[in-house]
Design a protein around this ligand. Structure first.
Ligand code: ADP
Length: 401
């Protein structure tokens, strides 16, 4: 099963996308529908609301007068808190029920207007945001939905801004063009990403680059890494004592293979071997690769680690699980910070990679061919760390409580 979060500002085209995904076979759980259902006639939710707010919030037909209740709680934080204490647990329970009822091979799409506002991105394998500019959304709401301009503006102002939405989006479905071009994007998303991602999660298949060539630096790599680290934290909780973005994609301006490397620190590697850890990561879309994995220390010794890969066909990512504070764990961070700090070394490293990439065809021999450079770099990086009083940096995403 794949869990997808779908969101977008009002008027962006989210409902249009949601309907198309449903037609393609997704199980859509509509948050607005769920929110209405849990206070529908005869529900414990409705009874609790009447008990707290009185029968005045009911319409003549005995159903909840939603606008009326809205006016009661508007500007009264305590009333709003009470209302949410009634509705939220019921909404969560019903949503979880819906998701659990879906078939094991389902692509479940949670159509959730407040996904960004409520920071829910880590709960999904993938967040899809439908994006349109404010002017376009305003025009649609006024022309097609019959809202007044003031009403449309007020609703848009109450929502997250585009910057926050972009930071949450694994996929940004631009909807500035025609409905036909939106349909084509959704179709591609379904066939090229959601379907294969679901299959990979269900069968424990990690995705790999089809062409492991060097890519120009992508300024969104760190934000992508942060989203993935959030999902790892959500999956394994306090077992992940540190969470870092490492490797070349963590060094702004550096060419790199388009693979996001993450480092998860654990107290002991046994923690990462526990079935609960392995299963939680697999369910979150990170499969553990079999076999013994280690890093090569300079003096011929090896540092053990565990190695996992993301199942997302649209975002190849590696998770290196190392003992927090161990030499291998520390080296990954020293190396990253050194390259971030020293522009000349960054250029030299990029040149070495580019030169090698031209010479060496397979990734395996590429990794081997890099070793001599790394041995020399090790000395310089450690000297830099010593001179600058380097200390292990905080996690890029704070670990769970
Ligand atoms: P949301 O659910 O994000 O509020 P909708 O999917 O209901 O947005 O879209 C808002 C309105 O704009 C609807 O009337 C819809 O048919 C229309 N719409 C959506 N996308 C486009 C588009 N690309 N071009 C023209 N109209 C569109």
């Amino acid at each position: 099963m794949l869990r997808v979060g779908l969101t977008g500002g009002i008027g962006s085209g989210k409902s249009t996308v949601s309907a198309q995904l449903a037609a393609l076979g997704a199980v859509v759980v509509d948050a607005d529908v769920v929110a209405r259902e849990v206070v529908g006639p005869g529900t414990p939710g409705l009874a609790a609301i009447v008990e707290r707010f009185g029968a005045d919030v009911l319409g003549p037909d005995g159903t909840l007068d939603r606008p009326g209740l809205g006016r009661v709680v508007f500007g009264d934080p305590e009333a709003l808190r009470d209302l949410e204490a009634i509705t939220h647990p019921a909404i969560w329970a019903r949503t979880a029920e819906r998701v659990a009822a879906a078939r094991p091979d389902a692509v479940v799409v949670h159509d959730m207007p407040l996904l960004v506002e409520k920071s829910m991105g880590s709960q999904y394998h993938l967040v899809v945001v439908v994006g349109s500019t404010e002017e376009t959304r305003l025009r649609r709401l006024v022309d097609l939905r019959g809202m007044t301009e003031d009403d449309a503006r007020a609703r848009m102002a109450a929502q997250a801004d585009d910057e926050a939405r972009r930071a949450a989006a694994d996929v940004w479905l631009d909807n500035e063009g025609t409905t036909d071009s939106l349909r084509a994007s959704v179709l591609r998303l379904w066939h090229e990403r959601l379907e294969p991602f679901e299959l990979n999660v269900r069968h424990g298949i990690r995705s790999r680059l089809s062409h492991p060539t060097l890519a120009a630096p992508d300024p969104t790599w760190p934000a992508q890494a942060a989203r993935l680290l959030g999902r790892v934290r959500q999956a394994v909780g306090p077992a992940a004592v540190t969470l870092h973005h490492i490797g070349s994609t963590a060094v702004p301006g550096l060419v790199a293979k388009d693979v996001v490397d993450l480092q998860v620190g654990v107290r002991a590697l046994d923690d990462a071997d526990a079935p609960a850890f392995v299963d939680a990561m697999a369910a979150a879309g990170f499969v553990r690769l079999p076999g013994e994995w280690h890093d090569n220390a300079k003096d011929g010794r090896t540092w053990p680690k565990r190695f996992l890969g993301s199942c997302d066909p649209g975002r190849v990512a590696h998770v290196h699980v190392r003992e927090a504070g161990s030499p291998g764990w520390e080296w990954a961070l020293v190396f990253r910070d050194w390259l971030r700090a020293d522009g000349d070394e960054r250029v030299a490293y990029a040149e070495m990679k580019t030169e090698l990439a031209g010479r060496v065809a397979t990734t395996g021999s590429y990794a081997e061919a890099k070793e001599p450079w790394f041995e020399a770099a090790d000395v310089r990086a450690r000297a830099w760390a010593e001179e600058n009083g380097w200390r292990a940096p905080d996690s890029d995403v704070p670990p769970a409580g």
